[in-house]
Design a protein around this ligand. Structure first.
Ligand code: SAM
Length: 234
């Protein structure tokens, strides 16, 4: 078990160190820009108010922190958490103009914050990459204030046969695109495999429930290619 966790940590770290320079470009190409709409939908559903603070875990290049910040006029505090050094530096540099955003090099499994600190916790295309999902969910619950909300955007399971057929075939081309743009297909083999292996919408609801979240709901995006899960700390 311990070596499996260490193996995944190493694998994921090497994947993101290979892709960080072209991460944003590849997201736009692979999703034809749709990831931007999904991220906006997450912030719209969240509907943050003046004074709400956010922890954004697995921040990458900082898309969610930026959208959240812009939504409330760059006034609210945002703490970005990212363990991969290359992604961390890229994200920090991307958002250097935002005085309300701080960066922390840490993992979802061990967050450097006190209990009951945040109004919102977000993790966007990150939970699939953590080494211990149960521990990560427990940490999310711990750092949220009572009444705080967890929101997760992640690839999920397609609920339409025809779209699933097209999507599965399209997925086969992603490592080829990766080879052309990034110079290596391996990170994108990992991407496709990790999406296929990840939990369904209902399985993720159950995991959230088992780890202490309440009033859990989810919304499918693009027929379930992705989904946003929401849960509360009561
Ligand atoms: C696909 S990127 C998502 C970036 C960004 N949130 C987005 O939506 O574009 C996944 C990120 O998760 C980070 N990550 C991997 N393992 C993690 C862990 N255990 N805890 C937190 N973040 C992790 C990776 O380094 C990477 O930057």
């Amino acid at each position: 078990m311990k070596s499996t966790i260490q193996d995944k940590t190493k694998l994921v770290n090497s994947v993101f160190s290979k892709v960080y320079k072209k991460y944003d470009l590849m997201n736009d190409i692979m999703s034809l820009g749709v990831h931007r709409i999904w991220k906006k939908k997450l912030i719209d559903w969240m509907n943050p108010q003046f004074n709400d603070n956010l922890i954004d875990v697995a921040s990458g290049t900082g898309d969610i922190a930026k959208l959240f910040s812009k939504k409330i006029n760059n006034l609210n505090k945002v703490s970005c958490v990212e363990p991969n050094n290359d992604m961390y530096l890229a994200g920090k540099d991307n958002l250097k103009k935002f005085a309300n955003i701080t960066w922390h090099k840490a993992k979802a499994e061990k967050l450097p914050f006190n209990n009951d600190t945040f109004d919102f916790y977000t993790i966007s295309f990150g939970i699939r990459n953590v080494s211990d999902i149960n521990l990560s969910l427990k940490e999310a619950l711990r750092v949220l204030k009572p009444g705080g909300r967890f929101m997760c955007l992640e690839f999920s399971k397609v609920n339409n046969e025809m779209i699933n057929f097209l999507y599965q075939n399209y997925s086969k081309t992603i490592p080829i695109i990766g080879k052309y743009i990034v110079g290596s297909s391996k990170p994108y083999d990992y991407l496709v495999e990790s999406i296929n292996k990840f939990y369904s919408q209902k399985e993720l609801v159950n995991l959230m429930k088992q780890n202490g979240f309440s009033n859990i709901e989810y919304r499918n995006l693009s027929s379930g290619i992705s989904a946003i899960h929401s849960g509360w700390k009561i």
